[in-house]
Write a protein that binds this ligand. Structure first.
Ligand code: 4NP
Length: 194
């Protein structure tokens, strides 16, 4: 979440940005799941040489941890797989709905809150759930935006909140996030995702 890496906050649409896709990963506290997604996606995008094409940031719907670095358990789980988590937690802000093309919630609660905060229909349609992008997910089809929200946020697409869990919860989060981020990058490259 270094300023130099942040998606532009100038409110420009992506066509004026030369086709850049701007992705904001969102969880509750912005210290466990969404920084993990940010770190994994940054690494995948760098491996693909697409840093100019995809801009990435993360935020939380809650404000409790604003200014804090990622949780040390999330950092450890990521480090074991060669991924560095960086940045400081921040809360979702109104401009995010215009500054990003996709606002991606980690679980049904985050996603519902994002949809509630969205100022209009166009912005609400940018809100998705991370595991919708996991190609191995049986419910991926049922989770398409055309399907009723209740089905999409019924719980089976959650990246579970690891905060009060054991260390293996963080390993599970990492694996779910990695599979979904690979699918997300594939969709961005194919043009399926914005
Ligand atoms: P995150 O995890 O939403 O993945 O960052 C959590 C972090 C903090 C809390 C809950 C979840 N909390 O209750 O403080």
């Amino acid at each position: 979440m270094a300023d130099s890496q942040r998606a532009g906050a100038d409110g420009r649409g992506r066509r004026e940005d030369g086709g850049q896709t701007r992705v904001l990963f969102v969880c509750l506290g912005n210290i466990c799941r969404s920084p993990t997604a940010e770190g994994v996606m940054r690494a995948l995008v760098a491996q693909a040489g697409l840093q100019e094409r995809v801009a990435i940031d993360s935020a939380g719907v809650g404000a409790w941890h604003v200014g804090s670095p990622p949780d040390r358990r999330a950092v450890a789980a990521a480090r074991e797989r060669g991924i560095v988590l960086e940045g400081r937690a921040r809360q979702v802000r109104a401009e995010d709905f215009d500054d990003f093309d996709l606002l991606i919630g980690m679980d049904g609660e985050n996603t519902r809150e994002l949809r509630r905060l969205a100022p209009g229909r166009e912005q609400r349609e940018k809100v998705r759930m991370l595991r919708e992008f996991d190609p191995a997910n049986d419910v991926a089809v049922a989770s398409q935006p055309s399907q009723p929200l209740a089905r999409r946020v019924a719980g089976e697409l959650d990246v579970p909140d690891p905060y009060y869990g054991a260390a293996d919860r963080f390993e599970e989060v990492f694996d779910l996030v990695q599979a979904a981020c690979e699918g997300l990058l594939a969709q961005i490259r194919s043009g399926e995702a914005p």
